[in-house]
Design a protein around this ligand. Structure first.
Ligand code: SF4
Length: 335
C-alpha cells in the first residue's frame, strides 16, 4: 500500500515539526527593528484568526506531525482571549511555549502553569534602562527586568533574546553574559535581520564572529565551553565555566542553519509562511472559513519552500532591498 506522503516534508527532506503561531499584530512596545516608525497597517479584526480557528489550524498541523508550537505576536499577552487559546492548545499532544516582551507576563503566571507551559522566551535588547526606552519607545525596563527574575523564580525555563546592533548594544555583550553568572537563563544574541521597515543594513549587524571575538577577549579559552546544540537548534550554544546560565548566537545572516530547518509560521491573519524570509504566503484562513480542507494548501506551501532564507541564499541576495523588502515587518511575523 502506497505510504501517504508527509505533507510537512519539503523537497529537501526536512520534516516541519515546529509551528510558530503569531496570535496578534498588536504590541505594547514599539521596538525600532520590529515595528516600522510609521507603525503598521493592522489587519481588520474580521481578518484575524479567532481562537477556534487558531485551534483548528493547529490541530491539523499536529495531525500531520507538528510536535512543538510556539506562540508569538506582536505581543501575545495583549490578546484578550489568550487564556482560552492556551487552554485549547494545551489539549493537543505538543510542547507549547511562548515568546513575549514580558511587560505584563506577571499577570499570566498561573495561566501558563495551568496549561503546562515551561519555556518562555523574553525579548530584551539592553540591560540599560535608557537604551531600553530608546529602542522600545516605551519606559517599561523595570517591569521586564523584574518579570524575568519572577519567571526564573517561578521555575520557567527562560531564554532572553537580544537583537544585537552596532553602536547600540554591542557594548553590552559581556554584561549580558555576566547576567547568566548567577541566573539560570540562556541569553541568545540574534544577528540583526532585514524585514520590512526596519532600515536594516549589513553594517548595523553584529556577527557571530564579532560576538565570539569579544567573548574570547574577556574569558580564557578553558572557561568558554561549547555546549551540544539540540537537533534543529537555531542557536550555537556556549556557557562560561561555573556560570548557572548559558549564551548562544543565532546567526541567520552570516551562518544560516537552514539545512536542519523544521519551522513553519502562521500569521495572525491565518497566512502560512514556509520560511521566516519567504515573501510568499499561503492563505489557510479563507480555506478554513469556506469549509475546505487546508491540507492541500499546506502541502503546496511546504513543497514550494526554498533551501535557504526564502531563496536569498547568498549575502549578496539578502542585501538586495528589492528582495528582502518584499517580506512583512517583524511585528506581523512574530520571529
Ligand atoms: S531562514 Fe527560513 S529556511 Fe532558514 S532556518 Fe529560518 S525559516 Fe528555516
Amino acid at each position: 500500500m502506497k505510504k501517504e506522503q508527509n505533507i510537512l516534508q519539503d523537497t529537501f527532506g526536512r520534516d516541519h515539526t515546529y509551528l510558530r503561531i503569531s496570535l496578534t499584530e498588536r504590541c505594547n512596545l514599539r521596538c525600532t527593528y520590529c515595528m516600522p516608525e510609521e507603525g503598521v497597517q493592522l489587519s481588520p479584526k474580521s481578518h484575524l484568526m479567532t481562537y477556534e480557528e487558531v485551534f483548528d489550524i493547529a490541530k491539523t498541523f499536529v495531525k500531520h506531525g507538528v510536535t512543538k508550537i510556539r506562540l508569538t505576536g506582536g505581543e501575545p499577552f495583549v490578546r484578550k482571549d489568550i487564556p482560552v487559546i492556551l487552554e485549547k492548545l494545551a489539549a493537543l499532544p505538543v510542547e507549547l511555549s511562548i515568546t513575549s516582551n514580558a511587560v505584563i507576563i506577571d499577570k499570566f503566571i498561573d495561566v501558563l502553569k495551568a496549561n503546562g507551559i515551561k519555556k518562555v522566551n523574553v525579548s530584551l535588547d539592553s540591560l540599560n534602562k535608557e537604551k531600553f526606552t530608546h529602542i522600545t519607545r516605551r519606559n517599561q525596563f523595570d517591569k521586564v527586568y523584574n518579570n524575568i527574575l519572577l519567571l526564573v523564580k517561578e521555575g520557567f525555563q527562560v531564554k532572553v533574546n537580544a537583537v544585537l546592533m552596532k553602536d547600540f548594544n554591542d557594548d553590552e555583550i559581556i554584561d549580558f553574559i555576566k547576567f547568566t553568572k548567577d541566573l539560570p537563563v540562556s541569553i541568545r544574541f540574534i544577528e540583526f535581520m532585514p524585514f520590512d521597515g526596519n532600515k536594516w543594513d549589513l553594517s548595523k549587524m553584529v556577527s557571530y564572529k564579532e560576538v565570539m571575538k569579544q567573548v574570547n577577549g574577556v574569558f580564557s579559552e578553558t572557561d568558554v565551553i561549547r555546549l551540544q546544540d539540540a537537533p534543529n537548534d537555531t542557536a550555537k550554544n556556549y556557557s562560561i565555566k561555573g556560570y548557572q546560565g548559558s549564551f548562544a548566537i543565532i546567526s541567520s545572516v552570516t551562518n544560516p542553519f537552514c539545512d536542519s530547518c523544521n519551522r513553519l509560521r502562521l500569521t495572525a491573519n491565518g497566512q502560512l509562511k514556509n520560511c521566516l524570509f519567504s515573501s510568499t504566503e499561503s492563505d489557510l484562513l479563507s480555506k478554513l472559513r469556506q469549509g475546505k480542507s487546508i491540507e492541500p494548501t499546506i502541502k503546496k506551501a511546504v513543497q514550494a519552500k526554498f533551501k535557504m532564507r526564502g531563496g536569498m541564499d547568498t549575502l549578496e541576495k539578502l542585501q538586495k532591498p528589492d528582495l528582502h523588502g518584499r517580506n512583512r515587518s517583524m511585528i506581523t511575523i512574530g520571529g
